[in-house]
Design a protein around this ligand. Structure first.
Ligand SMILES: Cc1cc2nc3c(=O)[nH]c(=O)nc-3n(C[C@H](O)[C@H](O)[C@H](O)COP(=O)(O)OP(=O)(O)OC[C@H]3O[C@@H](n4cnc5c(N)ncnc54)[C@H](O)[C@@H]3O)c2cc1C
Length: 422
């Protein structure tokens, strides 16, 4: 695989400007992280239309994120990172999404990979080295869980790991690897061995110099065009220590799924919130034009704001639940939560994803009705076409129908609450 294309995608002077602007704000305390994210969001917003039009990697925003050392924000302090909790990372995702949904989604996907390595590999020296290098070099990590002929069924793999003399080799036909051509490493799922059933999976951390990526097709999508989610034939080899020791089923339940659903929800909430800000500005301009009367769109604006507040509240509840689950996991295997609590947590994380992904679309649809042609046209301060197109990916990113079916099974396994109990 060639060197990351990140630096080639945008003019060098624009990248240098982005780096300088963000580097002046390398955060030194927790309160500064949000300010740094806001600064990057501004840079991302300046380039968002061009990124979308050209379906190109948001190179300026990532130069700025790296300069502000935001890629290692969740890496624990003992590895040199900032050790921010999930709630702060979610806040950063939401802020970035105000500027550019693709930038925010790439940032979220990267943090999901960091969480998997940190929670399931940080006792392995090779994985510790990855975390320290990630901090030093501000590496960007991608993910290859989906597979040709398997689609979004993340918990099954067709490809299998071959292990010989302490080395592994994997070959995977990956239909979608977001920013695969721009990443410094990719986390890949596969069957444990050629004899293993499809559900006995492992997660492998493969680095750039160990990867061969053959591009298969272009990424010309309705939205999230800056994620450059192309298909690849992926071949990787390396040391067996690169295979995370925890079975993927556990990584998915304990980390990948809850962190993904939480950070994706934060991104979609950020996109919807930026659209609502545009609707509020449009509404105020209308009211100023006709003093003494409340514009017709008032009811719709109230509805959109109410829905957005519900999304924000739902996200806050999920972050509390994720914090509690994390504490329970950290307490060790002896302190395992009862099965009912894990079923509850899993179904809550599922409904978080399905409800926020569909409500975000509803909110932006309302905004479009409020702003009318000014929202429909591209290039106005009230345009929401990109927001709407980007958000149409939300119910598909692991299909909501697939997740709802899984939620239904989890609900069936739960004991219903008695009268008067939540
Ligand atoms: C912006 C974006 C970025 C992505 N980035 C990555 C990435 O970096 N890495 C990666 O691995 N993947 C990535 N994906 C892929 C994604 O995570 C899913 O794998 C993919 O969305 C599923 O694709 P699918 O709709 O073709 O397949 P499926 O989920 O298999 O669905 C196919 C169709 O079958 C139906 N269906 C399937 N299962 C059920 C069910 N149980 N109940 C009812 N109906 C069902 C649905 O109607 C669906 O339309 C990305 C997707 C998007 C949109």
């Amino acid at each position: 695989m060639n060197a990351p294309l990140t630096e080639q995608a945008a003019a060098p002077e624009r990248l240098a400007l982005a780096r300088t602007a963000a580097a002046t704000l390398v955060p030194t305390n927790a309160a500064d992280w949000r300010a740094a994210a806001q600064r990057v969001a501004q840079i991302a917003a300046e380039h968002a239309d061009d990124v979308d039009r050209q379906a190109r990697f948001p190179a300026e925003a990532f130069a700025a994120l790296k300069a502000a050392r935001l890629l290692s924000a969740m890496v624990p302090e003992r590895f040199g990172g900032a050790g921010l909790p999930l709630s702060d990372i979610a806040a950063i995702c939401e802020i970035l999404a105000h500027g550019c949904a693709s930038t925010a989604m790439i940032y979220a996907m990267h943090q999901i990979q960091v969480a998997c390595i940190e929670q399931h590999g940080s006792a392995v020296p090779w994985q510790q080295h990855v975390l320290t290098q990630l901090v030093e070099q501000q590496w960007l990590l991608a993910s290859a869980t989906s597979e040709e002929n398997i689609g979004g069924s993340m918990r099954t793999s067709a490809c299998a790991v071959e292990v010989e003399d302490g080395r592994f080799r994997i070959e995977k036909m990956a239909p979608t690897i977001s920013y695969g051509a721009h990443a410094d490493g990719i986390l890949v799922t596969a069957r444990r061995t050629a004899e293993s059933p499809a559900s006995d999976q492992v997660l492998i951390v493969a680095l750039l110099d160990q990867l061969e990526l053959e591009k298969r097709g272009r990424w010309d999508s309705m939205g999230m065009r800056g994620t450059c989610s192309e298909g690849f034939r992926l071949v990787a080899s390396g040391a067996v220590e690169q295979i995370l020791p925890t079975p993927f089923a556990e990584i998915a339940d304990q980390t990948m799924l809850p962190v993904s659903h939480t950070l994706w929800a934060a991104v979609w909430t950020g996109v919807a919130s930026d659209a609502v800000n545009r609707a509020k500005a449009f509404f105020r301009a209308q009211a100023r034009a006709k003093p003494g009367s409340v514009p017709l769109a008032g009811m719709r604006l109230a509805e959109a704001v109410g829905l957005l507040q519900m999304m924000q509240a739902r996200l806050a509840v999920a972050l509390d639940a994720a914090r509690a689950a994390h504490r329970a996991n950290e307490a060790g295997p002896g302190a395992d939560a009862p099965l009912s609590a894990s079923l509850h947590f899993a179904s809550d994380m599922n409904t978080l994803k399905t409800s926020i992904s569909s409500t975000a679309l509803q909110v932006v649809q309302e905004v479009l009705m409020i702003c009318g042609m000014a929202g429909y046209k591209n290039g106005t301060e009230f345009s929401v076409g990109r927001h709407l197109r980007d958000l149409h990916s939300a119910p598909l990113m692991i299909n909501n129908d697939r997740i709802a079916q899984n939620t239904a099974s989890l609900l069936l396994a739960q004991r219903p609450a008695g009268p008067g109990r939540a």
